[in-house]
Design a protein around this ligand. Structure first.
Ligand code: URA
Length: 438
């Protein structure tokens, strides 16, 4: 079918055949389809939606538009599994989860992204580690996955190239907020890494990518069913992002927190509860655990024995970071010129956090990007951020700000105060794990 005919069919609300979707998406990867046609197509999908079958076809066509990784020839002695998140603030889950499940026998080829809008990016955090190379050659990537169990790297040129063009056009044609398009975009990229199973962490709350709770549920359900129908068994958890997940936001500060968590500190913190639930799903989906209890017991052993921390250390070393990073992280991580407490203007309880605003404040401090090609300052951010329900006063700060200068620190402090509502009532604390879609 000619591209203009396919666009006309979708414009008029008619269903599209999988073969026609495949031809259209391949035409995007081959540059035979113009940006104008992509824009018209995405707007037609935005307005008229897609059936589940159409989204599966769009997802598999996006996945197959470039290189799809194969792991069979490596004869790995365990399943290839991964996790993806819709992103958030203080969301350092991937950094702990990858090494943790690898220490239990899984193989995790994790393709991660940079910060996007108010959300932090796993790659930016890893680049706080001097020498860490997030773009190794493909053979090196496979070698590290095989020898270490996990490698967290950035997206390479030829994974789902159609999505790169489609996303660029969506960004400037007001067609980002479409569940079928988001589903195919996220999964098209993720499934190209040749996984046996995937776990998805869809966030809900004031720092979530989706604007409402209903939309977060809709996306989680769509991702779990579409990925599974596309041949990769997938579970989607809906988790709370109505406050920063870990009590810190930034790059080096989140690496510091990651190392402490991997050493077994604060095993029941909010971020570890979410990480553990995702890890359980990965071990069960990869058939490494017979039951939830079995998975929990393996995870406990991997953490308390130091095995998970050792896997992280090995991954850092194999990807170019210092061999003694775990022991001497303090001497390697950048430190901000100014670190000081931020006090609330009044004493009381933390009642509400505008998590998105906290993330944007980190971006303004220099810890994220306002433009794609900008460089970032790994040293800045917030640490020890007060949780919902915490009491704050002139002794107990809202957080510590890490900044380049006093002026930047004061600006960020004012933004943090504006983002956190203090009062005398009780905070409403949403449950951390809100739903599981299979
Ligand atoms: N992230 C993606 O990769 N794609 C989308 O469409 C939205 C978020």
């Amino acid at each position: 079918m000619l591209p203009q005919e396919l666009i006309r069919e979708k414009r008029d609300g008619n269903p599209l055949a999988a073969a026609d979707i495949k031809t259209f998406i391949q035409g995007i990867a081959d540059d035979r389809i113009s940006d104008a046609q992509i824009g018209a197509f995405t707007m037609a999908v935005f307005l008229n939606g897609m059936s589940r079958e159409e989204v599966v076809a769009l997802t598999t066509a996006t996945r197959d538009s470039g290189h799809v990784m194969q792991w069979d020839s490596l004869n790995l002695p365990g399943p290839v599994v991964d996790k993806h998140s819709t992103g958030g603030v203080g969301d350092l889950v991937s950094l702990v989860l990858g090494p943790w499940v690898a220490a239990c026998g899984a193989f995790v080829p994790m393709i991660s992204g940079r910060g996007l809008g108010h959300t932090g990016g796993t790659l930016d955090k890893l680049e706080s580690i001097p020498g860490y190379d997030p773009y190794p050659a493909p053979e090196r990537f496979s070698d590290v996955v095989k020898s270490t169990g996990v490698a967290i790297i950035g997206q390479t040129g030829n994974l789902a190239p159609a999505d790169k063009r489609i996303y660029g056009v969506r960004d400037v044609t007001a067609t980002v907020e479409s569940i079928p398009l988001i589903t195919a975009s996220i999964l098209g990229k993720k499934l190209a890494s040749g996984l046996d199973a995937l776990v998805m962490d869809v966030k809900v709350g004031s720092g979530a990518f989706m604007p409402t709770t209903e939309k977060s549920h809709e996306l989680a359900k769509s991702i779990a069913t579409v990925a599974t129908q596309a041949g990769t068994p997938t579970t989607a958890l809906l988790t709370d992002m109505s406050q920063p997940l870990a009590p810190c936001a930034g790059n080096a500060v989140e690496i510091v927190e990651t190392l402490e968590l991997l050493r077994g500190e604060r095993p029941n913190s909010r971020v570890m509860q979410v990480t553990r639930e995702l890890a359980v799903e990965m071990l069960m989906a990869g058939k490494l655990a017979k039951s939830r209890e079995d998975a929990l017991s393996q995870l406990e052993k991997a953490l308390t024995s130091g095995a998970a921390a050792e896997v992280f250390a090995r991954m850092v070393r194999e990807l170019g970071g210092p061999g003694d990073f775990m022991e001497r992280s303090d001497s390697y991580l950048a430190k901000a010129n100014v670190v000081k407490p931020v006090y609330a203007e009044q004493s009381g309880n933390v009642l509400r956090i505008d998590t998105r605003a906290v993330g944007m404040s980190v971006v303004e401090l220099g810890g994220g990007r306002l433009r794609n090609d900008a460089s970032i300052d790994h040293s800045v951010g917030f640490s020890a951020i007060a949780e919902l329900g915490a009491q704050v006063d002139n002794q107990q700060p809202l957080a510590f700000v890490h900044a380049r200068s006093d002026e930047a620190a004061d600006r960020a402090a004012a933004q943090l105060r504006a983002a956190i509502t203090i009062g005398t009532g009780e905070a409403t604390i949403d449950s951390l794990l809100q739903e599981t879609y299979r």
